[in-house]
Design a protein. Structure first.
Length: 102
């Protein structure tokens, strides 16, 4: 499995996106290209779907390539302090897996 492109941290409710240091401009450009080509859905659409399935505050989003399939991993923190991980097919928005982090 290869972590493909973008790791985004969402700070509070401000909607401020902070890109994780160490990722190259090439990675971000590739993510943008995939979206423009229609190969992946916009991040905003995935976040909306994640919050609909698991209420909470988004704390991290990763776009990965797992076995040739682009996958968004969304981590949410709920009101009880639990962290949930939701995995979505980046092309279709289909929920692949939902699990509580230990």
């Amino acid at each position: 499995m290869r972590r493909l492109l973008v790791v985004v941290l969402l700070m509070g409710l401000s909607g401020l996106f902070v890109l994780t240091p160490g990722l190259s401009d090439e990675d971000h450009q590739q993510a943008r290209r995939l979206k423009e080509l229609g190969e992946i859905l916009p991040l905003e659409q995935i976040i909306k779907a994640a919050k609909a399935r698991q209420p909470g505050r988004v704390i991290e989003v990763e776009l990965e390539n797992k076995d040739g399939r682009h996958v968004y991993e969304v981590e949410l923190l709920n009101a009880r302090g639990e962290v949930w991980e939701l995995y979505f097919d980046a092309a279709t928005g289909e929920l692949i897996k939902r699990e509580r982090e230990d």
